[in-house]
Design a protein around this ligand. Structure first.
Ligand SMILES: *[C@@H]1O[C@H](CO)[C@@H](O)[C@H](O)[C@H]1NC(C)=O
Ligand SMILES: *[C@@H]1O[C@H](CO)[C@@H](O)[C@H](O)[C@H]1NC(C)=O
Ligand SMILES: *[C@@H]1O[C@H](CO)[C@@H](O)[C@H](O)[C@H]1NC(C)=O
Ligand SMILES: *[C@@H]1O[C@H](CO)[C@@H](O)[C@H](O)[C@H]1NC(C)=O
Ligand SMILES: *[C@@H]1O[C@H](CO)[C@@H](O)[C@H](O)[C@H]1NC(C)=O
Ligand SMILES: *[C@@H]1O[C@H](CO)[C@@H](O)[C@H](O)[C@H]1NC(C)=O
Length: 855
């Protein structure tokens, strides 16, 4: 499977730093030797979920630059030594040259140079010999500065722990850095150093969290020398760009560096605390590197005795955090449902996404005519939330940049004046991370969105089932034929739901949102798209592509990891998945995976004739079904019987209720043939059947025999229970067919040979169709059975002109395959074949023996 991204928080966020420090840098020469005091900031006074640090509170924090950009953090441990992470300097197994790096000391905001800030060149970079990769431990580095740092109030070393030093689990410590403030969300100007309080987690407690499958079903085995800090519920963490920075804990008024920021799985995700390199185990290595250097790092003696048991790995229960968002007492009672009341217009429905922010369609609020900036009368707006006694006031409206021209970005965020207390209600809905893959078959609901009407019918929240990405992509395949693999942000989500007869067969109420459930937790998965017209299923724009924008604006929306992981075969095969070719009228001949929806043959129709017999019919266009004339019209009869057509019944497992549709036939059309009654009839339906997984037209084959196709006779074993069965067949070459049935075949008849044991699968009275799956993947109709025969089929090809004329939307594929019908009156048939007439198997045997048949 293609799970790109997502793994170690390996870092490297680049924020360009103005040239301010470049020059002052290497020139400063002389340092007064000082007493090496450590871990004491001047008295006074990537980080996710943190806040600005006060100037001077973390005087050992340094920024490591390459080409003028901040790459990693570090900590000053002695006047000439900086501690950082190995992975900042090792690319592709090679240690980068020290000359490429410089160290910025004493900085607070990287946008302005305060007093005391200065830059040092790096003379050497030292990495433990056993470092081999960020997730394999020993992620530590020492940098020797070309000249000692100028110590002062803003530049002081931190204390290092001795090897025996123990930090009690549960201690709150601090991580600092200039890294991203959220995944893919860089620290904004003026790049003020961020600090975040993190709790040390015991090895067992941390391993317990990492043993639960997280993003991409990944688990992780912690290694000795790794240290965890953070919270099971996430939200506060280090992030890209914080690597190499310190995790410090205060003891007796001194700050000791417990860890070096190393990596994470995303940033601030639930059950994925940050992973640090523990510093204490490296006392010996550090001493060895800095030997002879004066003064070296300080390893003060710990003044308290570690309580025995305080750091036993068994001291904590394994308590994983559950999602804090997306819990509803029952479907329809959505605790995140927000109604935005704008004077003079109908309420606009949105969703609460955090304690302070509501997401809603921007089209509710933006005047499309006069779209110069958002409205200014926010004072009069109110937001109603469930279980809140009073309406909330609105502080700010942030429309999506692309809201006014891109349907898929019709979103705006409204900030409430005061955060609401989150409890059972109101409670925010979960939002998907960009790589979230909603599994086919997910149970979803359509909910009110924007100024949309409630859904017709008793159920105000339509129940829906998500279809596979392949089906959805191919049905709407506008953006190229290859299907995006799971884990790539999808371009569309297709939920199947019942056809709303009340709405006249075409969905006609404005917006809907799509809520999908995973393990009892609801996600806002998508918003409706109108460009799909009446095509079913309606397509929804996936919301996960907007996750970064939403979290950037809100800094606290609940982006949640994928909770269920059964990617199945669709996940395995993704790299090669493509869509069958479309015809100019759109998709045809697509068959959804049986496991996904349960419909095996979306074009198979039951044609109920005058209440006394049932024929097989095939949907060839939204308003047309093809059937065998002899089945729907009694011989000799000229009156048109009452015919009803049922679609969506050919499922292996029941669809959500209401996926079956019925139509009445308003006319029967036959081609004008001289003499014999034509074998194929087109039935015109009283209204269109819009394409859906349960009713989709088949493609039509223009003639000849498709090469490399696998072919089937599709019918019922028993016309009463009408469970669809397919019998595998091969279509015989025209000459063989001709010779076998010499003299009795009307032109344009196909004959088939059943595979071993398949002959009796379909009964013949309902006139089953012959269809093939082409090499391109589409299913094509070849013909309909002729009266009383199991082996002979009236081909579609010769009627192409007539069908296309009657049914403009008929999906004829371009010609391809074995070219033509046999020459009239061929006399090239071996004499034995006449005797074998009626037994294709014997005939085939003869064929193989007879060289005459070649060509
Ligand atoms: C990493 O090394 C491999 C083989 O040694 C090489 O093919 C690849 O191009 C290198 N990648 C980078 C980013 O240098
Ligand atoms: C672990 O959890 C159990 C049940 O929740 C509790 O009784 C026990 O005291 C906990 N142990 C520790 C060490 O917290
Ligand atoms: C708006 O659209 C442009 C161009 O398609 C895209 O680059 C940009 O990221 C979009 N903005 C947001 C916030 O998604
Ligand atoms: C929020 O709820 C908690 C617990 O229900 C309560 O203790 C707290 O006072 C509430 N805060 C506000 C601002 O209402
Ligand atoms: C949708 O419904 C509205 C009112 O119910 C109607 O005015 C409008 O014509 C309908 N649109 C379509 C495309 O059916
Ligand atoms: C998820 O991971 C678990 C444990 O590693 C494994 O047993 C399970 O099969 C995985 N599920 C999927 C869908 O990959």
């Amino acid at each position: 499977m293609s799970h790109h991204l997502l793994l170690p928080l390996v870092i490297l966020a680049i924020s360009p730093i103005p040239g301010a420090f470049q020059n002052s840098a290497l020139s400063s020469t002389q340092e007064e030797p000082e007493d090496l005091d450590c871990g004491r900031p001047e008295p006074s006074a990537r980080i996710m979920g943190g806040s600005d640090a006060r100037p001077g509170s973390w005087p050992w924090q340094v920024s490591l630059h390459q080409s003028g950009s901040h790459i990693c953090g570090g900590s000053l441990v002695a006047p000439s030594w900086v501690l950082s992470a190995a992975h900042c300097f090792v690319t592709n197994g090679t240690l980068e040259p020290a000359a490429a790096w410089s160290v910025l000391l004493g900085a607070h905001s990287q946008a302005a140079a305060p007093d005391g800030a200065h830059v040092r060149a790096v003379a050497a970079i030292l990495v433990p010999r056993d470092y081999s990769g960020v997730d394999r431990g020993a992620d530590l580095a020492l940098l020797r500065l070309a000249s000692p740092a100028r110590l002062g109030p803003a530049v002081r070393p931190v204390c290092l722990p001795r090897a025996s030093h123990r930090f009690a689990h549960g201690t709150t410590c601090w991580a600092t850095g200039w890294g991203d403030v959220q995944e893919a969300d860089p620290l904004p100007l003026p790049w003020v150093l961020q600090e975040v309080e993190l709790r040390l987690l015991g090895e067992a407690a941390c391993q317990c969290l990492y043993s639960r499958p997280g993003p991409f079903n990944l688990t992780f085995q912690l290694l000795p020398g790794m240290l965890c800090a953070g919270y099971p519920e996430g939200r506060r963490d280090t992030c890209q760009g914080d690597s190499g920075g310190p995790l410090v804990c205060e003891e007796d008024g001194r700050w000791f560096q417990a860890g070096v920021t190393s990596f994470g799985f995303g940033c601030g995700r639930r059950n994925r605390p940050g992973i640090f390199t523990a510093v204490a185990p490296y006392e010996a290595w550090i001493r060895e590197q800095v030997i002879g250097s004066e003064p070296g790092p300080a390893f003060p003696t710990q003044s308290w005795e570690p309580q025995s048991g305080a750091w036993e790995p068994t001291d904590q229960n394994c308590s994983i955090a559950l999602p804090e968002c997306g819990k509803a007492p029952r479907p329809g009672a959505w605790p995140w449902e927000a109604q935005v009341m704008v004077p003079g217009s109908r309420p606009c429905h949105g969703a609460l996404v955090s304690e302070s922010w509501v997401l809603a369609p921007a089209s509710c609020f933006l005047d499309p005519i006069n779209s110069d900036g958002p409205p200014r009368d926010l004072d009069t707006w109110r937001v109603l939330l469930p279980s809140r006694p009073r309406a909330e006031l609105v502080a700010r409206l942030v429309p999506h940049d692309n809201a006014s021209w891109d349907d898929a970005s019709d979103l705006a965020l409204l900030q409430l004046r005061a955060p609401v207390n989150l409890s059972t209600a109101p409670r925010p809905v979960c939002l998907p991370h960009p790589e979230h893959y909603f599994l086919p078959g997910s149970r979803c609901r359509l909910a009110r969105w924007g100024r949309g009407e409630p859904a017709p019918g008793p159920n105000a929240q339509l129940e829906a089932e998500l279809l596979g990405g392949w089906w959805c992509h191919c049905l709407y395949g506008r953006q190229g034929a290859s299907v995006p693999p799971p884990g790539d942000p999808p371009r569309a989500l297709c939920p199947a739901y019942q056809e709303e007869e009340e709405a006249g067969g075409c969905w006609n109420y404005s917006h809907r949102s799509l809520l999908c459930q995973e393990e009892g937790t609801w996600f806002l998965a998508g918003i409706s798209d109108f460009s799909s017209g009446c095509l079913r299923p309606r397509v929804f724009h996936p919301l996960q592509t907007h996750g970064p924008w939403i979290s950037h604006v809100t800094r606290g929306a609940y982006l949640e990891d994928q909770l269920t992981w059964d990617w199945g075969s669709e996940g395995e095969e993704t790299d090669t998945q493509t869509c069958p070719p479309h015809t100019e009228h759109g998709a045809c001949g697509l068959r959804p995976e049986p496991a996904v929806v349960g419909v095996l043959w979306p074009w198979l129709a039951e044609v109920h004739v005058a209440g006394d017999r049932v024929c097989t019919g095939i949907l060839v266009a939204p308003g047309w079904v093809l059937a065998a004339t002899h089945c729907v019209l009694r011989p000799g009869s000229t009156t048109v019987p009452y015919i009803e057509v049922y679609l969506g019944r050919a499922g292996a497992s029941p669809l959500p209720q209401g996926h079956q549709v019925s139509r009445v036939v308003t006319s029967i059309r036959l081609p004008r043939h001289l003499g014999l009654r034509p074998p194929l009839a087109l039935l015109e339906l009283n209204s269109r059947v819009e394409p859906s997984p349960s009713a989709l037209p088949i493609c039509l084959h223009p003639g000849g025999i498709p090469l490399g196709a696998s072919c089937w006779v599709l019918g019922w074993k028993d016309p009463r229970d009408r469970v669809p069965v397919a019998a595998a067949v091969s279509i015989l070459m025209p000459r063989l067919c001709h010779c076998l049935y010499q003299g009795i075949l009307p032109p344009g008849t196909l004959c088939v040979l059943y595979s071993e044991g398949q002959e009796d699968r379909c009964e013949v009275t309902s006139a089953p169709p012959l269809l093939c799956q082409t090499e391109g993947g589409s299913w094509v109709l070849m013909g309909m059975a002729v009266r009383g025969s199991q082996e002979l089929f009236a081909a579609i090809g010769p009627e192409e002109a007539w069908i296309s004329q009657m049914v403009e939307e008929a999906h004829f594929l371009p010609p391809n395959g074995y070219p033509h019908w046999p020459p009239e009156g061929s006399n090239l048939c071996p004499p034995e074949m006449a005797r074998a007439s009626g037994s294709p198997r014997v005939a085939l045997f003869l064929l193989l023996l007879t060289p005459l048949i070649q060509g």
